[in-house]
Design a protein around this ligand. Structure first.
Ligand code: B1M
Length: 210
């Protein structure tokens, strides 16, 4: 079995120590960090996600796998982020209220940092009011909203409404993303931009702020 296959297996089994060890040995062998992320960590989570959908595995297994994946991305982070990038702006990021999924948000955060943004991470289950308060506190250029559930994506619209009601809409750009979100949805709720993945989110953030 190749390092990438072993890594995918280790994520599916939620073996955090193995995940970290395999990434370290993969990097030492010269496997690119992006390949370890895409073809190891995220591939493993994709396979587990399909099994989750088919009721072959349940929330505890997926949760343990997600923790292992997050440990792995911590090790990869310095390799994925280019050193010494000039500061571009400040972003506040969070997963919206009612939603606990943070893997995608963490990747977007990492790519933003890699593009020179200072990122304030509000975590998961963040209410529209918390985002409004964060604008007052941190004065960001951008607010980044992640949602993974069809039942929580509407919260992104609530954030846009609350930021507008607070009279702060012209001070920040609002960027949305997450598996059920689309460009059409972004237009409907009046956000400034939608990105399908973490790398495009960082590119879009740069162009919105620039
Ligand atoms: Co959840 N879950 N989950 N889950 N879970 C999904 C999302 C689901 C599709 C699984 C399924 O049924 N096939 C389904 C949603 C169905 C729907 O609404 N359409 C689902 C469900 C139903 C649930 C629960 C309701 C299950 C239950 O309890 N019965 C529950 C809800 C809990 C809650 O949030 N209130 C639940 C719970 C969980 C766990 C806690 C067990 C765990 C999360 C752990 C964690 O995040 N720390 C979990 C996981 C891991 C998943 C799957 C398997 C994987 C999600 C993931 O991390 N993908 C997922 C199925 C799947 O996707 N195959 C599933 C990898 C990640 C890198 O991708 O997050 O899409 P993603 O991020 C991408 C892009 O979307 C984009 O960039 C990222 C990287 O390129 N992106 C942005 C994300 N945010 C962005 C923001 C941007 C721009 C781009 O700009 C700001």
């Amino acid at each position: 079995m190749s390092t990438l296959e072993e890594l995918s297996e280790a994520v599916q089994k939620g073996r955090a120590k193995d995940v970290v060890a395999l990434i370290e040995s993969g990097l030492a062998e010269g496997v690119p960090a992006q390949q370890l992320l895409d073809e190891g960590l995220l591939k493993g989570m994709g396979i587990l996600g399909a099994r989750f959908k088919n009721n072959e595995v349940f929330v505890p297994e997926v949760l343990i796998a997600a923790r292992a994946l997050n440990k792995g991305t911590e090790v990869l982070k310095p390799k994925l982020i280019e050193a010494g990038v000039e500061a571009r702006g400040r972003a506040v990021i969070g997963t919206v209220k009612g939603d606990l999924h943070d893997i995608g948000k963490n990747l977007v955060k990492m790519m933003l940092e890699g593009s020179g943004f200072e990122v304030i991470d509000l975590g998961v289950d963040v209410s529209d009011q918390k985002f409004v308060e964060a604008i007052g506190e941190h004065h960001p250029d951008l607010i980044c909203l992640s949602a993974l559930l069809t039942t929580t994506m509407g919260q992104q619209g609530e954030v846009v409404k609350s930021v507008t009601a607070a009279g702060l809409r012209d001070q920040v750009k609002i960027l949305v993303g997450g598996a059920p979100v689309s460009q059409g949805f972004c237009n409907d709720i009046g956000a400034d931009g939608y990105a399908p993945d973490a790398a495009s989110a960082a590119e879009l953030a740069t162009s919105l702020v620039g």
